[in-house]
Design a protein around this ligand. Structure first.
Ligand code: NAD
Length: 476
Protein backbone atom coordinates (compact mmCIF):
# COMPACT_ATOMS: atom_id res chain seq x y z
CA UNK A 1 0.00 0.00 0.00
CA UNK A 2 1.21 3.57 -0.59
CA UNK A 3 3.46 5.47 1.76
CA UNK A 4 2.06 8.27 3.92
CA UNK A 5 2.43 11.55 2.13
CA UNK A 6 4.68 14.31 3.40
CA UNK A 7 2.91 17.57 2.56
CA UNK A 8 6.13 19.61 2.59
CA UNK A 9 7.84 17.39 0.07
CA UNK A 10 6.81 17.63 -3.58
CA UNK A 11 5.45 14.34 -4.86
CA UNK A 12 7.57 12.36 -7.23
CA UNK A 13 5.66 11.41 -10.38
CA UNK A 14 5.54 7.76 -9.30
CA UNK A 15 4.29 8.66 -5.81
CA UNK A 16 1.60 10.84 -7.39
CA UNK A 17 0.35 7.98 -9.56
CA UNK A 18 0.53 5.50 -6.64
CA UNK A 19 -1.40 7.82 -4.34
CA UNK A 20 -4.07 8.45 -6.96
CA UNK A 21 -4.51 4.71 -7.57
CA UNK A 22 -4.60 4.07 -3.80
CA UNK A 23 -7.88 6.01 -3.70
CA UNK A 24 -9.36 3.32 -5.95
CA UNK A 25 -7.93 0.56 -3.71
CA UNK A 26 -9.75 2.15 -0.75
CA UNK A 27 -13.04 2.40 -2.65
CA UNK A 28 -12.77 -1.27 -3.59
CA UNK A 29 -11.45 -2.31 -0.16
CA UNK A 30 -8.87 -4.34 -2.06
CA UNK A 31 -6.76 -7.02 -0.39
CA UNK A 32 -3.46 -5.25 0.49
CA UNK A 33 -1.41 -8.06 -1.08
CA UNK A 34 -3.22 -7.78 -4.40
CA UNK A 35 -2.91 -3.97 -4.22
CA UNK A 36 0.85 -4.24 -3.65
CA UNK A 37 1.17 -6.70 -6.56
CA UNK A 38 -0.72 -4.33 -8.85
CA UNK A 39 1.34 -1.30 -7.83
CA UNK A 40 4.79 -2.89 -8.07
CA UNK A 41 6.88 -2.23 -11.16
CA UNK A 42 7.90 -5.72 -12.32
CA UNK A 43 11.20 -4.91 -14.00
CA UNK A 44 13.39 -1.95 -14.81
CA UNK A 45 16.32 -1.99 -17.20
CA UNK A 46 18.96 0.73 -17.19
CA UNK A 47 21.48 0.82 -20.02
CA UNK A 48 24.52 2.98 -20.62
CA UNK A 49 26.03 2.85 -24.07
CA UNK A 50 28.71 4.80 -25.93
CA UNK A 51 28.23 6.48 -29.33
CA UNK A 52 30.86 8.32 -31.36
CA UNK A 53 29.55 11.89 -31.80
CA UNK A 54 31.67 14.20 -33.97
CA UNK A 55 34.87 12.34 -33.07
CA UNK A 56 34.15 12.18 -29.33
CA UNK A 57 32.67 9.28 -27.34
CA UNK A 58 29.45 10.17 -25.52
CA UNK A 59 27.82 7.78 -23.06
CA UNK A 60 24.01 7.78 -23.09
CA UNK A 61 21.70 6.51 -20.33
CA UNK A 62 18.34 4.93 -21.09
CA UNK A 63 15.63 3.04 -19.22
CA UNK A 64 12.79 0.66 -20.04
CA UNK A 65 10.37 -0.21 -17.24
CA UNK A 66 7.86 -3.05 -17.36
CA UNK A 67 5.16 -2.35 -14.82
CA UNK A 68 2.92 -5.32 -15.53
CA UNK A 69 2.83 -8.41 -17.69
CA UNK A 70 -0.65 -9.67 -16.80
CA UNK A 71 -1.21 -9.15 -20.54
CA UNK A 72 1.50 -9.36 -23.18
CA UNK A 73 3.07 -7.58 -24.90
CA UNK A 74 3.77 -4.80 -22.42
CA UNK A 75 3.19 -1.50 -24.20
CA UNK A 76 4.30 2.09 -23.81
CA UNK A 77 6.15 4.96 -25.42
CA UNK A 78 9.82 5.88 -25.48
CA UNK A 79 10.66 9.50 -24.68
CA UNK A 80 13.78 11.49 -25.46
CA UNK A 81 14.26 14.23 -22.92
CA UNK A 82 17.07 15.94 -20.98
CA UNK A 83 15.03 15.58 -17.77
CA UNK A 84 14.00 11.95 -18.01
CA UNK A 85 14.69 9.74 -14.98
CA UNK A 86 13.85 6.30 -13.62
CA UNK A 87 11.07 7.51 -11.31
CA UNK A 88 9.29 9.19 -14.23
CA UNK A 89 9.62 6.09 -16.42
CA UNK A 90 8.24 3.80 -13.69
CA UNK A 91 5.32 6.21 -13.13
CA UNK A 92 4.42 6.24 -16.81
CA UNK A 93 4.80 2.45 -17.12
CA UNK A 94 2.22 2.15 -14.32
CA UNK A 95 -0.05 4.66 -16.06
CA UNK A 96 0.15 2.49 -19.20
CA UNK A 97 -1.07 -0.57 -17.27
CA UNK A 98 -4.13 1.33 -15.98
CA UNK A 99 -4.71 3.08 -19.32
CA UNK A 100 -4.81 -0.17 -21.28
CA UNK A 101 -7.26 -1.67 -18.77
CA UNK A 102 -9.54 1.39 -18.92
CA UNK A 103 -9.89 1.28 -22.71
CA UNK A 104 -9.87 -2.53 -22.92
CA UNK A 105 -6.64 -2.85 -24.85
CA UNK A 106 -5.12 -6.25 -24.00
CA UNK A 107 -1.59 -5.08 -23.16
CA UNK A 108 0.56 -4.80 -20.03
CA UNK A 109 2.21 -1.50 -19.12
CA UNK A 110 5.72 -0.39 -20.03
CA UNK A 111 7.63 2.83 -20.73
CA UNK A 112 11.10 3.83 -21.89
CA UNK A 113 13.25 6.91 -21.89
CA UNK A 114 16.60 8.17 -23.08
CA UNK A 115 18.40 10.98 -21.28
CA UNK A 116 19.13 13.26 -24.23
CA UNK A 117 18.28 16.67 -25.61
CA UNK A 118 17.32 15.64 -29.15
CA UNK A 119 17.65 19.23 -30.41
CA UNK A 120 21.43 19.04 -29.90
CA UNK A 121 21.97 16.23 -32.42
CA UNK A 122 21.52 16.01 -36.19
CA UNK A 123 19.46 13.37 -37.97
CA UNK A 124 22.37 11.03 -38.61
CA UNK A 125 23.51 11.19 -34.97
CA UNK A 126 20.00 10.58 -33.67
CA UNK A 127 19.70 7.58 -35.98
CA UNK A 128 22.91 6.03 -34.66
CA UNK A 129 21.93 6.71 -31.03
CA UNK A 130 18.41 5.29 -31.57
CA UNK A 131 19.67 2.17 -33.33
CA UNK A 132 22.19 1.55 -30.56
CA UNK A 133 19.49 2.01 -27.87
CA UNK A 134 17.11 -0.31 -29.76
CA UNK A 135 19.86 -2.95 -29.99
CA UNK A 136 20.40 -2.78 -26.23
CA UNK A 137 16.66 -3.13 -25.57
CA UNK A 138 16.24 -6.05 -28.00
CA UNK A 139 19.25 -8.02 -26.78
CA UNK A 140 18.12 -7.64 -23.15
CA UNK A 141 14.56 -8.83 -23.83
CA UNK A 142 12.89 -5.40 -23.69
CA UNK A 143 11.89 -5.16 -27.37
CA UNK A 144 9.88 -7.72 -29.35
CA UNK A 145 6.42 -8.01 -30.92
CA UNK A 146 5.50 -10.71 -28.38
CA UNK A 147 6.73 -9.18 -25.14
CA UNK A 148 7.52 -5.45 -25.28
CA UNK A 149 6.36 -2.97 -27.91
CA UNK A 150 7.39 0.73 -27.69
CA UNK A 151 5.68 3.69 -29.37
CA UNK A 152 6.39 7.43 -29.74
CA UNK A 153 6.27 9.82 -26.80
CA UNK A 154 7.78 13.20 -25.90
CA UNK A 155 10.69 13.91 -28.27
CA UNK A 156 10.19 10.86 -30.50
CA UNK A 157 8.00 10.17 -33.51
CA UNK A 158 7.53 8.02 -36.62
CA UNK A 159 11.14 8.39 -37.68
CA UNK A 160 12.60 6.95 -34.47
CA UNK A 161 10.03 4.11 -34.55
CA UNK A 162 11.09 3.19 -38.11
CA UNK A 163 14.76 3.02 -37.00
CA UNK A 164 13.84 0.83 -34.02
CA UNK A 165 11.82 -1.58 -36.23
CA UNK A 166 14.64 -1.78 -38.76
CA UNK A 167 17.24 -2.48 -36.06
CA UNK A 168 15.09 -5.28 -34.64
CA UNK A 169 14.58 -6.75 -38.14
CA UNK A 170 18.32 -6.95 -38.73
CA UNK A 171 18.87 -8.63 -35.34
CA UNK A 172 15.99 -11.12 -35.68
CA UNK A 173 15.19 -11.58 -39.39
CA UNK A 174 13.58 -14.97 -38.66
CA UNK A 175 10.84 -13.31 -36.56
CA UNK A 176 8.02 -13.17 -39.09
CA UNK A 177 6.24 -10.52 -36.99
CA UNK A 178 9.28 -8.28 -36.64
CA UNK A 179 7.41 -5.21 -37.91
CA UNK A 180 5.10 -5.38 -34.86
CA UNK A 181 8.01 -4.82 -32.43
CA UNK A 182 7.12 -1.13 -32.30
CA UNK A 183 4.08 1.01 -33.20
CA UNK A 184 3.70 4.56 -34.43
CA UNK A 185 5.77 3.75 -37.54
CA UNK A 186 5.39 5.63 -40.83
CA UNK A 187 2.60 4.16 -42.99
CA UNK A 188 5.14 3.11 -45.64
CA UNK A 189 7.01 1.04 -43.01
CA UNK A 190 4.19 -0.93 -41.41
CA UNK A 191 2.42 1.97 -39.68
CA UNK A 192 -1.31 2.51 -39.72
CA UNK A 193 -3.26 5.47 -41.06
CA UNK A 194 -4.51 7.64 -38.22
CA UNK A 195 -1.82 6.74 -35.63
CA UNK A 196 -0.08 10.10 -35.81
CA UNK A 197 -3.22 12.01 -34.88
CA UNK A 198 -4.60 9.26 -32.61
CA UNK A 199 -3.81 10.65 -29.16
CA UNK A 200 -5.08 14.12 -30.05
CA UNK A 201 -8.16 12.74 -31.79
CA UNK A 202 -8.81 10.56 -28.75
CA UNK A 203 -8.70 13.66 -26.52
CA UNK A 204 -11.25 15.40 -28.79
CA UNK A 205 -13.46 12.29 -28.91
CA UNK A 206 -13.33 11.94 -25.12
CA UNK A 207 -14.38 15.58 -24.74
CA UNK A 208 -17.19 15.13 -27.30
CA UNK A 209 -18.55 12.20 -25.28
CA UNK A 210 -18.34 14.22 -22.05
CA UNK A 211 -20.45 16.95 -23.69
CA UNK A 212 -23.02 14.32 -24.75
CA UNK A 213 -23.77 13.85 -21.02
CA UNK A 214 -25.67 17.01 -19.95
CA UNK A 215 -25.69 15.97 -16.27
CA UNK A 216 -21.91 15.68 -16.23
CA UNK A 217 -21.56 18.99 -18.09
CA UNK A 218 -23.85 20.70 -15.58
CA UNK A 219 -21.98 19.19 -12.62
CA UNK A 220 -18.80 20.70 -14.07
CA UNK A 221 -20.41 24.15 -13.97
CA UNK A 222 -20.67 24.32 -17.75
CA UNK A 223 -23.57 24.31 -20.17
CA UNK A 224 -24.20 23.73 -23.87
CA UNK A 225 -22.03 21.75 -26.26
CA UNK A 226 -18.34 21.56 -27.00
CA UNK A 227 -18.74 23.89 -29.97
CA UNK A 228 -18.79 27.27 -28.25
CA UNK A 229 -16.09 26.54 -25.67
CA UNK A 230 -12.92 28.56 -25.09
CA UNK A 231 -9.79 26.44 -24.84
CA UNK A 232 -6.30 27.06 -23.44
CA UNK A 233 -3.77 24.45 -24.53
CA UNK A 234 -0.23 23.83 -23.31
CA UNK A 235 2.20 22.13 -25.73
CA UNK A 236 1.80 22.14 -29.51
CA UNK A 237 3.67 18.90 -30.18
CA UNK A 238 2.15 15.72 -31.52
CA UNK A 239 -0.64 15.46 -28.95
CA UNK A 240 -1.34 19.18 -28.46
CA UNK A 241 -1.30 20.05 -32.16
CA UNK A 242 -3.77 17.36 -33.22
CA UNK A 243 -6.02 18.02 -30.21
CA UNK A 244 -6.15 21.76 -30.89
CA UNK A 245 -6.54 21.34 -34.65
CA UNK A 246 -9.40 18.84 -34.37
CA UNK A 247 -11.19 20.83 -31.64
CA UNK A 248 -10.94 23.99 -33.75
CA UNK A 249 -11.61 22.60 -37.24
CA UNK A 250 -14.16 19.89 -36.44
CA UNK A 251 -15.78 21.04 -33.18
CA UNK A 252 -15.70 24.80 -33.63
CA UNK A 253 -14.05 25.54 -30.28
CA UNK A 254 -12.01 28.70 -29.90
CA UNK A 255 -8.31 28.20 -29.04
CA UNK A 256 -7.72 31.38 -27.01
CA UNK A 257 -4.20 30.57 -25.78
CA UNK A 258 -1.34 28.31 -26.85
CA UNK A 259 1.43 27.81 -24.31
CA UNK A 260 4.81 26.60 -25.54
CA UNK A 261 8.32 26.26 -24.08
CA UNK A 262 9.32 29.82 -24.94
CA UNK A 263 6.09 31.54 -23.87
CA UNK A 264 2.40 31.82 -24.69
CA UNK A 265 0.23 33.27 -27.47
CA UNK A 266 -3.07 34.84 -26.48
CA UNK A 267 -5.97 35.89 -28.68
CA UNK A 268 -9.54 36.12 -27.45
CA UNK A 269 -10.96 35.75 -30.95
CA UNK A 270 -9.17 32.45 -31.55
CA UNK A 271 -5.75 31.35 -32.85
CA UNK A 272 -5.12 29.59 -36.17
CA UNK A 273 -3.40 26.42 -34.94
CA UNK A 274 -1.88 25.39 -38.29
CA UNK A 275 -0.29 28.78 -38.74
CA UNK A 276 1.29 28.62 -35.28
CA UNK A 277 2.62 25.12 -35.99
CA UNK A 278 4.16 26.26 -39.28
CA UNK A 279 5.64 29.28 -37.52
CA UNK A 280 7.14 27.03 -34.81
CA UNK A 281 8.66 24.73 -37.42
CA UNK A 282 10.29 27.72 -39.07
CA UNK A 283 11.38 29.71 -36.00
CA UNK A 284 11.75 27.06 -33.29
CA UNK A 285 9.21 28.70 -30.95
CA UNK A 286 6.12 30.88 -30.75
CA UNK A 287 7.78 34.23 -29.94
CA UNK A 288 7.16 36.74 -32.72
CA UNK A 289 4.05 35.03 -34.13
CA UNK A 290 1.79 37.72 -35.61
CA UNK A 291 -1.95 37.91 -34.82
CA UNK A 292 -1.63 37.09 -31.12
CA UNK A 293 -0.32 38.73 -27.96
CA UNK A 294 2.92 37.13 -26.80
CA UNK A 295 3.97 36.68 -23.16
CA UNK A 296 7.17 34.99 -22.03
CA UNK A 297 5.44 33.80 -18.84
CA UNK A 298 3.89 30.66 -20.29
CA UNK A 299 3.27 29.05 -16.92
CA UNK A 300 1.03 31.96 -15.83
CA UNK A 301 -1.13 31.47 -18.95
CA UNK A 302 -2.34 28.18 -17.42
CA UNK A 303 -4.28 30.43 -15.04
CA UNK A 304 -6.20 32.30 -17.75
CA UNK A 305 -10.00 32.18 -17.58
CA UNK A 306 -11.37 29.67 -20.11
CA UNK A 307 -13.84 26.77 -20.30
CA UNK A 308 -11.36 23.96 -20.95
CA UNK A 309 -7.69 23.85 -19.99
CA UNK A 310 -5.72 21.18 -21.86
CA UNK A 311 -2.22 20.47 -20.57
CA UNK A 312 -0.61 18.57 -23.47
CA UNK A 313 3.11 19.06 -22.81
CA UNK A 314 4.53 17.16 -19.86
CA UNK A 315 4.05 16.10 -16.25
CA UNK A 316 3.75 18.24 -13.08
CA UNK A 317 2.58 21.47 -14.72
CA UNK A 318 -0.22 22.04 -12.19
CA UNK A 319 1.14 21.66 -8.67
CA UNK A 320 0.26 22.83 -5.15
CA UNK A 321 1.99 26.11 -6.13
CA UNK A 322 -0.48 27.13 -8.85
CA UNK A 323 -3.56 24.89 -8.36
CA UNK A 324 -5.49 27.53 -6.41
CA UNK A 325 -5.12 30.01 -9.27
CA UNK A 326 -6.38 27.73 -12.06
CA UNK A 327 -9.65 29.22 -13.29
CA UNK A 328 -10.82 26.62 -15.83
CA UNK A 329 -13.82 24.61 -14.58
CA UNK A 330 -12.75 21.64 -16.75
CA UNK A 331 -9.21 20.28 -17.19
CA UNK A 332 -8.62 17.73 -19.93
CA UNK A 333 -5.36 15.87 -19.26
CA UNK A 334 -3.87 15.23 -22.69
CA UNK A 335 -0.32 14.88 -21.26
CA UNK A 336 0.69 12.16 -18.82
CA UNK A 337 0.62 13.29 -15.18
CA UNK A 338 0.24 17.06 -15.75
CA UNK A 339 -1.42 17.46 -12.32
CA UNK A 340 0.38 16.31 -9.17
CA UNK A 341 -1.45 14.37 -6.47
CA UNK A 342 -1.58 17.35 -4.11
CA UNK A 343 -2.83 19.70 -6.85
CA UNK A 344 -5.42 17.13 -7.90
CA UNK A 345 -6.76 17.07 -4.33
CA UNK A 346 -6.89 20.89 -4.18
CA UNK A 347 -8.66 21.17 -7.55
CA UNK A 348 -11.19 18.46 -6.69
CA UNK A 349 -11.97 20.24 -3.41
CA UNK A 350 -12.68 23.40 -5.41
CA UNK A 351 -15.05 21.45 -7.66
CA UNK A 352 -12.86 21.56 -10.76
CA UNK A 353 -13.65 18.66 -13.09
CA UNK A 354 -10.67 16.69 -14.36
CA UNK A 355 -10.83 14.21 -17.22
CA UNK A 356 -7.83 12.02 -16.33
CA UNK A 357 -4.83 11.14 -18.50
CA UNK A 358 -5.29 7.38 -18.08
CA UNK A 359 -8.56 7.70 -19.99
CA UNK A 360 -8.26 10.84 -22.08
CA UNK A 361 -4.91 10.27 -23.80
CA UNK A 362 -5.51 6.54 -24.39
CA UNK A 363 -6.21 7.14 -28.10
CA UNK A 364 -2.53 6.60 -28.88
CA UNK A 365 -2.30 3.15 -27.35
CA UNK A 366 -5.70 2.24 -28.78
CA UNK A 367 -4.58 2.91 -32.35
CA UNK A 368 -1.20 1.33 -31.55
CA UNK A 369 -3.19 -1.79 -30.72
CA UNK A 370 -4.86 -1.57 -34.15
CA UNK A 371 -1.43 -1.13 -35.75
CA UNK A 372 0.00 -4.14 -33.90
CA UNK A 373 -2.98 -6.30 -35.03
CA UNK A 374 -2.47 -5.04 -38.59
CA UNK A 375 1.22 -6.03 -38.34
CA UNK A 376 0.41 -9.52 -37.06
CA UNK A 377 -2.17 -10.10 -39.80
CA UNK A 378 0.22 -8.64 -42.40
CA UNK A 379 -2.66 -6.87 -44.07
CA UNK A 380 -4.19 -3.42 -43.95
CA UNK A 381 -7.69 -3.05 -42.53
CA UNK A 382 -10.47 -2.86 -45.14
CA UNK A 383 -8.47 -4.59 -47.88
CA UNK A 384 -10.72 -7.65 -48.07
CA UNK A 385 -14.16 -6.12 -47.59
CA UNK A 386 -14.07 -2.60 -49.02
CA UNK A 387 -15.10 -3.44 -52.63
CA UNK A 388 -17.50 -6.10 -51.37
CA UNK A 389 -19.24 -3.46 -49.23
CA UNK A 390 -19.38 -1.12 -52.23
CA UNK A 391 -20.95 -3.85 -54.37
CA UNK A 392 -23.57 -4.59 -51.66
CA UNK A 393 -24.36 -0.86 -51.51
CA UNK A 394 -24.84 -0.81 -55.30
CA UNK A 395 -27.23 -3.78 -55.08
CA UNK A 396 -29.28 -2.07 -52.33
CA UNK A 397 -29.56 1.09 -54.45
CA UNK A 398 -30.54 -0.89 -57.56
CA UNK A 399 -33.24 -2.69 -55.55
CA UNK A 400 -34.60 0.60 -54.14
CA UNK A 401 -34.65 2.18 -57.63
CA UNK A 402 -36.36 -0.83 -59.15
CA UNK A 403 -39.05 -1.04 -56.44
CA UNK A 404 -39.77 2.72 -56.29
CA UNK A 405 -39.11 3.57 -59.96
CA UNK A 406 -37.19 6.57 -58.67
CA UNK A 407 -33.53 7.50 -59.01
CA UNK A 408 -31.42 7.78 -55.86
CA UNK A 409 -29.63 11.18 -55.89
CA UNK A 410 -25.88 11.03 -56.60
CA UNK A 411 -24.82 12.34 -53.16
CA UNK A 412 -26.91 9.66 -51.42
CA UNK A 413 -25.62 6.99 -53.78
CA UNK A 414 -22.03 8.00 -53.02
CA UNK A 415 -22.59 7.76 -49.26
CA UNK A 416 -24.36 4.38 -49.37
CA UNK A 417 -21.95 2.81 -51.83
CA UNK A 418 -18.80 3.91 -50.02
CA UNK A 419 -16.77 1.04 -48.48
CA UNK A 420 -14.71 1.95 -45.43
CA UNK A 421 -10.95 2.43 -45.93
CA UNK A 422 -8.32 1.98 -43.24
CA UNK A 423 -8.46 5.54 -41.92
CA UNK A 424 -12.26 5.44 -41.60
CA UNK A 425 -12.09 2.12 -39.74
CA UNK A 426 -9.36 3.33 -37.40
CA UNK A 427 -11.28 6.50 -36.56
CA UNK A 428 -14.46 4.49 -36.04
CA UNK A 429 -12.69 2.02 -33.71
CA UNK A 430 -11.12 4.89 -31.77
CA UNK A 431 -14.44 6.72 -31.46
CA UNK A 432 -16.14 3.58 -30.18
CA UNK A 433 -13.35 2.97 -27.66
CA UNK A 434 -13.40 6.51 -26.23
CA UNK A 435 -17.19 6.62 -26.04
CA UNK A 436 -17.53 3.28 -24.25
CA UNK A 437 -14.69 4.07 -21.85
CA UNK A 438 -16.22 7.46 -20.97
CA UNK A 439 -19.66 5.92 -20.45
CA UNK A 440 -18.23 3.29 -18.09
CA UNK A 441 -16.30 5.94 -16.12
CA UNK A 442 -19.29 8.29 -15.87
CA UNK A 443 -21.55 5.43 -14.80
CA UNK A 444 -19.04 4.22 -12.18
CA UNK A 445 -18.67 7.74 -10.77
CA UNK A 446 -22.41 8.18 -10.41
CA UNK A 447 -23.16 4.71 -9.09
CA UNK A 448 -20.86 4.76 -6.03
CA UNK A 449 -21.12 7.58 -3.51
CA UNK A 450 -17.54 6.91 -2.36
CA UNK A 451 -16.38 8.18 -5.76
CA UNK A 452 -16.65 11.86 -6.60
CA UNK A 453 -14.06 12.36 -9.34
CA UNK A 454 -13.45 10.88 -12.78
CA UNK A 455 -9.87 9.82 -12.01
CA UNK A 456 -10.88 7.60 -9.10
CA UNK A 457 -13.75 6.19 -11.19
CA UNK A 458 -11.33 5.36 -14.04
CA UNK A 459 -8.85 3.74 -11.65
CA UNK A 460 -11.61 1.72 -9.98
CA UNK A 461 -12.46 0.27 -13.40
CA UNK A 462 -8.81 -0.44 -14.18
CA UNK A 463 -7.97 -1.95 -10.79
CA UNK A 464 -11.03 -4.23 -10.87
CA UNK A 465 -10.00 -5.63 -14.26
CA UNK A 466 -6.32 -6.05 -13.34
CA UNK A 467 -7.08 -7.55 -9.91
CA UNK A 468 -9.47 -10.03 -11.52
CA UNK A 469 -6.82 -11.12 -13.95
CA UNK A 470 -4.15 -11.40 -11.19
CA UNK A 471 -6.46 -13.45 -8.96
CA UNK A 472 -7.68 -15.67 -11.82
CA UNK A 473 -4.15 -16.32 -13.05
CA UNK A 474 -2.90 -16.89 -9.52
CA UNK A 475 0.10 -14.63 -10.02
CA UNK A 476 -0.29 -12.54 -6.90
P1 NAD B 1 6.05 16.20 -28.29
O1 NAD B 1 7.49 16.17 -27.98
O2 NAD B 1 5.60 15.91 -29.67
O3 NAD B 1 5.41 17.62 -27.88
C1 NAD B 1 5.57 18.23 -26.64
C2 NAD B 1 5.37 19.73 -26.87
O4 NAD B 1 5.31 20.39 -25.61
C3 NAD B 1 6.49 20.38 -27.67
O5 NAD B 1 5.95 21.23 -28.65
C4 NAD B 1 7.29 21.14 -26.61
O6 NAD B 1 7.94 22.28 -27.14
C5 NAD B 1 6.19 21.51 -25.64
N1 NAD B 1 6.69 21.72 -24.27
C6 NAD B 1 7.64 21.04 -23.61
N2 NAD B 1 7.79 21.52 -22.37
C7 NAD B 1 6.90 22.53 -22.25
C8 NAD B 1 6.57 23.43 -21.20
N3 NAD B 1 7.17 23.37 -20.02
N4 NAD B 1 5.60 24.34 -21.43
C9 NAD B 1 4.97 24.41 -22.62
N5 NAD B 1 5.24 23.58 -23.65
C10 NAD B 1 6.19 22.66 -23.47
O7 NAD B 1 5.39 15.19 -27.24
P2 NAD B 1 3.96 14.51 -27.34
O8 NAD B 1 4.13 13.17 -27.94
O9 NAD B 1 2.97 15.47 -27.89
O10 NAD B 1 3.65 14.25 -25.78
C11 NAD B 1 3.09 15.25 -24.96
C12 NAD B 1 2.52 14.61 -23.70
O11 NAD B 1 1.53 13.65 -24.07
C13 NAD B 1 3.53 13.85 -22.84
O12 NAD B 1 3.13 13.94 -21.49
C14 NAD B 1 3.35 12.42 -23.32
O13 NAD B 1 3.77 11.47 -22.35
C15 NAD B 1 1.85 12.38 -23.53
N6 NAD B 1 1.37 11.34 -24.43
C16 NAD B 1 1.83 11.23 -25.71
C17 NAD B 1 1.31 10.24 -26.55
C18 NAD B 1 1.71 10.12 -28.01
O14 NAD B 1 1.08 9.33 -28.72
N7 NAD B 1 2.68 10.86 -28.49
C19 NAD B 1 0.34 9.36 -26.07
C20 NAD B 1 -0.13 9.51 -24.76
C21 NAD B 1 0.39 10.51 -23.96
Amino acid sequence: MPKKQNKNKPNSFRESVDQMVARAFRVLDLDPGVAAAIQACNEILQVKFPVDIRGRIEVFTGWRAVHSTHRLPAKGGIRYSPIVNQDQIEAMAALMTYKCAIVDVPFGGSKGGLLIDPHKYDRDELERITRRFAGELARKGFLSPATNVPAPDLGTGEREMAWIADTYKHLYPEDINYIGCVTGKPVGHGGIRGRNEATGRGVALGLREFFRHPEDVKAAGLSGGLGDKRVVIQGLGNVGYHTAKILRDEDNTKIVAIIERDGALLNDTGIAVDRVKNYMNEHGGVRGFPDAIYTDNGRAALELPCDILIPAAMEAQITAANAERIRAPLIAEAANGPITFEADRMLCERGVTILPDAFLNAGGVTVSYFEWIRNLTHMRFGRMERRWDEMRGQHVISAIEMLTSQTVPDWMRAEIVQGADELALVRSGLDDTMRLAYQEISETRRSDNKISDYRTAAYVIAVKKIARSYVELGVY
